[in-house]
Every structure is written in C-alpha cells, then in structure tokens.
Design a protein around this ligand. Structure first.
Ligand code: DLZ
Length: 161
C-alpha cells in the first residue's frame, strides 16, 4: 500500500498570521508571544505577514479571533493566553468556553484558530510551558498553524451549499 498522503510543510510561504495575546498573566503570555514570533521568523515569515493583537484576558480571545478570522486577511489565527488556577474559580468557566469559541470559529470560517492557551494550576507550571523546561506553547501553536494552513492549501475546496 502506498496511499496518497497529504502532509503539511512547515514553511510560512506567503501566508498571513494573526497572533492574539492576552495581557492577563503577562509574564507568561509575553514569553508565549516571543516563542510564537521566533518560530514564525525561523519558518520564513516576514514582519509584514504577522499581526499581533492584544486583548485584556483569555476571555476576550474568542471574540477577537473570530473577527480576525472573518476579515479575510489571515490564513491562521493563533491565540495565546494563560489561565492559572488561583484563588478564584475563574478557570472553571473560561477554559472550555474559550476552546469551544475557537473551534466554532475554525469550523464556520475555515480559518484555523489555534489554541495556545495554557491551563495550569500554578505559575511555575505556566512558566515551564512558556519557554521553560516543558517547551513553549506559543511556538507549538504556530507550528500547528503552519502545518494546518499548508494541509488546507493541498485539500480540495469545500463544495458550496
Ligand atoms: C479575571 C481573570 C482571572 C481571575 N484570571 C485570569 C486568568 O487566569 N487568565 C486570563 O487570561 N484572564 C484572567 N482573567 C481576566 C479575564 O480573562 C477577562 O479579561 C476579564 O474577566 C474581563 O472580561
């Protein structure tokens, strides 16, 4: 068996990327953004192919991502945030809803919205995943974006209706 196989290449090409970054827990999200930008640069994206949009917190990510995805100006939208379980139950309400919002926008628009939101119990765990010993989730979100954009470019267009 040697089936036709479609693999995404990790190259920016002429694609345009939006990075939406939550300011809440900025110590963490600024590192996610650094990882994301570095990964885009390393894969050939020029400055004019990348737009960074800041929002107050992760709760605001889906709305802004949705607007960007529907603008027709971007091939992928990467959302970066850090929801850390503190002394509030905020995280219980936010994580699934945010993920659901990204998924909904992706499916409705055909523009991939990537989940680069850390959902951690402690700040230490978050920092580990923002360029520390457990990698950088911002960089991972961009890699996923590059791959999916390329895969979508190789797939047949969806039929109308
Ligand atoms: C209010 C709040 C809290 C308690 N925790 C976080 C968090 O851990 N991560 C995050 O990105 N944002 C948090 N926010 C802010 C909300 O996402 C949102 O910006 C505000 O509730 C205003 O809508």
């Amino acid at each position: 068996m040697n089936p036709r196989t479609i693999d995404g290449r990790l190259a920016a090409g002429n694609s345009r990327f939006a990075l939406v970054v939550a300011r809440f827990n900025e110590l963490v999200t600024s590192r996610l953004l650094e990882g994301a930008l570095d990964t885009l640069r390393r894969h050939g994206a020029a400055e004019e192919q990348v737009t960074v949009v800041r929002v107050p917190g992760s709760f605001e990510l889906p709305l802004v991502a949705d607007r960007l995805a529907r603008s027709g100006q971007f091939d992928a939208v990467c959302c970066l945030g850090a929801v850390i379980q503190g002394q509030t139950t905020h995280h219980e309400y936010i994580n699934q809803q945010v993920a659901r919002g990204f998924m909904q926008t992706s499916l409705e628009t055909g523009v991939p919205v990537l989940f680069g939101v850390l959902t951690c119990q402690t700040m230490e765990q978050a920092l580990d995943r923002a360029g520390g010993k457990a990698g950088n989730k911002g960089a991972e979100a961009v890699l996923a974006a590059l791959e999916v954009v390329d895969v979508l470019g190789q797939l047949p267009e969806a039929e109308q209706g």
